[in-house]
Structures are given as structure tokens and as C-alpha cells.
Design a protein. Sequence first.
Length: 712
Amino acid sequence: MASAVKRFGATTSRWIMVGLLAGGVLILATVAIGALGTIRLYESEAEVERANEVHLGLERLLELARDAETGQRGYVITGRVEYLEPYLKALPQLRQQFDSLATLLQDPVQKQRLTQLHGLLDRKQVELASVIAVRQTQGFEAAQAIVQNDTGRQFMDRARAIVEDMEATVREQTTLRQAHASNTRDTAITMGFASGALTLLVCLSFVYLASRLLRLEGVAVAELAEQKEMLDVTLSGIGDGVIAVDVDGRVTFFNRVAEALTGWRQAAVIGQHIESVLTFRRGPDKEVVENPALVAMRERRRVAGPPGEPLLIARDDGEAHIDASSAPTFDVAGTLLGAVIVLHDVLERERAEERFRLAVEASPNAMVMVDARGTIELINSQTERLFGYKRDELLGQPVEMLVPLRFRAKHVAHRDAFLHAPAARPMGVGRDLFGIRRDGTEFPIEIGLNPIETAEGVFVLSAIADVTERKRAELELRQRSEELARSNQDLEQFAYVASHDLQEPLRAVAGPLQLLQRRYQGQLDARADEFIGHAVDGATRMQALIDDLLSYSRVGRLEDPQQNIDSGEVLTLALRNLTAVIDESHAHITHDAMPIVRAIPTQLTLLFQNLLGNAIKFRSQDRPLRVHVGVTALADEWQFSIKDSGIGIDAQYFDRIFLIFQRLHTRREYPGTGLGLALCKRIVEHHGGRIWVESTPNEGTTFFFTLRDSAT
């Protein structure tokens, strides 16, 4: 565009100079000839303009009168004040309009008519005001009666007649003045036509040439300014450093990012040679390399920066890690104009890559990153140790080489499905997986998957853990659990059979001993009575021990289903079974409102009976025995408490008392087999609950246990 303007300007400049001289002379002559006619024409046009203003003023008077009458009638009909707005606005404007017309009219007849019109409209305003007052004071019907007479219409008809006469006079005067103005114009045109024709031709030619030149130049300047502004804004706002040089290698543009990277200011480098501003080095020896802008201009192609680890030496001898590229610039004719250098700071990227590499390398798991095709792009040292490969043996290889042959075909499909909808997958989720080492051995693994989206596409980072030891430990634990379950079952079976089968021979011993004691008591010597008493006592204790052991073994064997039962009824049954010892000990037993629970009725009865019996047995001799059965609602279970005022238990024995055959007192102090609390613990755990104790010696003991709510 700029070159076209130059060519056109050279051709037309000579014609413009000639046209200016000739046009100046002719214009002076034309001005002199037409001056007189122009003055006369101006006077005629002023008269015509005044007549038009009079005509418009009269029309405006009638319009304002109609507005005032319309506002009055709207108010009379509706009684709403807002309808008076046209009336109120019209009054001051009518006065202003009369004043304006009075200054315009010069004809005495017209002034007399204007005075008559003023009087009529004044009386019309008085009539309008009186109707409004009547409407305000006497109401609609009285005001309507005034409006419906012919007074208002007669006023307006006379006013219109006066206006029509005045307008007719104005039209006649206007016609005469227009004719006079036309004659004057024709005379002026005739006088100046001859000299003006040539002047017009010269001027038109000059205007055409000048306007085209200016238009072309303006368009070119605007386009260049717009392009330059857009380019400056774009290059200044991008995140990379941008530097432009001319064909001599001198800097013509330097954006803010380039300033930050190099330490130079734009004002200091504009016009300087690029090699004095930018210095590039590479390699461990920091060898200086040629500036890429000079290479791009010499080879007339885009070139990348120095290979290796590019360093840009800043103004203060600092170093910046950058990627540099350059491309030559040409005009529309293909002429080389210079080059542009783009500097991209890669320090943060290198730091991020280094942090990522160190994090992957330090992971306790094997880390393998593959691309969308399943090619291994990155591994850590743990991968080498786990699979037995060297790093260079895995990089660039398909990841399926780490998968056993029997799974490889399916693994490709699984990998494609994951990449179709990539989402993080934690370790331990999914099927059992296996890997294969370099020596061909398989081993169980767990894999966590994380998709990584980059500009190059989606990569998958896999965390792989060897779970051989854990699988072995799980297998051993499962086997031991099964063995323990079998052992417990055998022990329960043995305890049940032993306690059941011992009943018969014990009865064969206990029965004759009791008969011997009753029949021969006092007939033998004291030693014989003592021996018989020991034998009967031992048989009795053995009988109790076998009964308790049988009850203990039955808890895990009973097939009675759990059901929703009223724990209050079960507690009442347990208290009824303990009636004799309660009366003997004078125990005072209370309880809260008892809930509905999920349990086996017979076992819950035995649980209450044993715990209450314990409270009675281990009562204090120094104070009355008080026992309270409390209940607390939890999230999905009930917590029971049996609190007594007995002798209490030392905290060191809290765990021991729930073990089978464990006693804290001698049989002479407190009789029993040591199975009561063990049986309670077995019952509670069989119901899926917990049992524990809180106690203070010489103050009392509270046993707690939980049972499921009936709703669960």
C-alpha cells in the first residue's frame, strides 16, 4: 500500500501545482463577480427564513392551545391531576410563543391580527381555568355542562380564522420573496457561470487527485499504525521474550520479557547489534555459539537455538536457561527485512522435570511411565531391582514385556480401555495382577495408575509394588485362622463331651458318698466323719464345676436364633431365679426402663443372673448392698451397666477376672468355680457385643456390656 501511494504521488504532484495556480486566479475572479449577487441573495433568504419562522410560530400557537384544551378535558373526564400536565406545560409556552412572534412580525396588519389572537387565547385560558376550578369544586357534571356548550368551540374557530389569515399573508409574502430570491440567484449564477465553469473544472480535478492521494495515504498509514500497534501489543503481552532485528543485525524491537531475561532495557538496546546484546553458550565448556538471528538471515529459514543445554548470558553476566529460535522476515516482494528471535525461559520446566525425576527415583515402589502406545518412557531404580532389567533394556520397549505371557493379550485391551477414559486408580483396586522378571519368574503385584496429560499427549505413570510377602503372610494367617477355628471347635467339642460324660461317673461317686454321710454321720470316729465330709464337698464342687463348664461350652454350640426380646422381662426372670440369695443378702436392686434388644433369651437370662449373682456374692459386710441396672442408648446398640456397692476389684485384675478358672479369692471366702465371668464374656461376644469392668476397691464395681438394638 505505501509503495502504491508513492508512485501515484509522483505522477500527480505536477498537475496539482498547475491546478493550484490556475484555480487561485479563477477563484478570485469568480468571488469578485458573485459577491454582489451573494449579498442580495442572502438578504432575500433571510426574509424567506423569517416568514417560515412566523408560519411555524403560528402553527405552534394552535398546537399549544389544543394541548391546553386536551389536558383540561382529560382532567374533567377523569379527575386525575396527571392529565393536567399538558395544560400546565402549554400556558408558559403560549406566552413565550407570542413574544417570539411579536419580534418577527414587521407588517402592522399582521401585528394587529396577532394582538387579536392573543386576546382570544387569553380568554380561552380563562375559560379553561374556570372549567378546571368547577371540576375541582363542583364535580364532573357541572364541569361537563360548561365544556359541552359552544363557547370553547367559538373561541377556537375565531382563533383558527385569524391564524389562517395571518398564514395566508405570510404565504403571499413568502412567494414574493422566494421569487425575488430566485431572480437574484439566477442573476448571480449567470454572472459567475462563465468564470466559474473553468474554476470548477480545475478545482474538481485538484480535489479528485488530492482526495485520492490523501485517501490512499490515510488508509496506508492507518493500516500500518494498526498493524504496528497490534504487533506491539501481541509481542509485548506474550510470555516469551521477542526481539526483532533488521538486515544489519541491529535491534528494532525488544519486549518486556526479553528485558527480564537479559537484564537490558529496550531504550538501551534499540539500534545496537544483536551480538552485543545476546550471547549464547552451550555444553559443559560453555562454548559461544553464533546468534540464531544471524543464522536465520544467512540461511533464510527458521532455525532452532543452540543444542544441548542452552544458556543465555545476561547483561550482568548472569545465566538464563532458555530455548531460543529465530526466523527471517520478508516483505511482500520477498525482500529480506531482518529476523525475529523468540526466547523461552525453561528454568522452571527443568526444575519441575528434575523434581519429578527425583520423586520418581526416590519412590519405594517401581515406577514405570508409558505413552499412549504402551512404550516405556521412564523408569526408576526400584523398577530395575524389582524386574531384574537394566534401564536401557526397558526404555523404548513395550510395557507388555513386564507382563506374563498368559496375560499380555488382555493387557493391551485393558490399557486401551484405561486411555479411553483415563482416571486415577489407587493401588489394591481390581483383580489379582502378576509381573514377570527378566529370569522368567512370576510374582504377584499391585499397580496404581495415574494419567498425566502433556502437550505431547497422555502418559500413564504406574506405581508397582511386589506383594509376594504380603500374599504369603495372608495365606499363613488364613491357614492359622482356619487351624485355630478347628482347634477351638475341637476344644469346645471336648469340653462339652468331657463335661457331659463326667456327669455319670460323678453321680456314681457323689450319690453313695452323700448316703454314707447321712447314714453313718456320728457313728464313726471324728476322722472318718471329716474324710467323708471332704469327699462329699469335693464331689459337690466337682458337680458345680462340670455344670458351669457344660454351660460355658454350650454358648458357642447352641443354635437358638437371636430374636427381638424385652430385656425387662429377661431381667425379671433372672431376679426370680435369684430370689433366695436376694432375700438372704437383703439386697436392694433397681433398674432403668429396659429396651427391646436382639438376643437369645436363655443366654441373656444367664448373663443377668451371673452378673447380679456376682454383685450379691461379693457384697460388703459393712454396708447395705445396692445394685442398679442402668441402660444407655448408643448409635445402633444399647449399653447396659450393673453397678453395686460391694468390695470392688483392683484395676490390675480387670483382664484376669474374665479368664476361665481365674479366681481372686479362696473358696472358703467366696465359693465358686471361676467360670461365671468367663461365661458372661462368652455370651456377650457371641451376641457381637463387648464387656468390661470399672471398679474402685472398697467402693463398688460396675460391669458394662453392649447388645445390638432390635432395629439392626
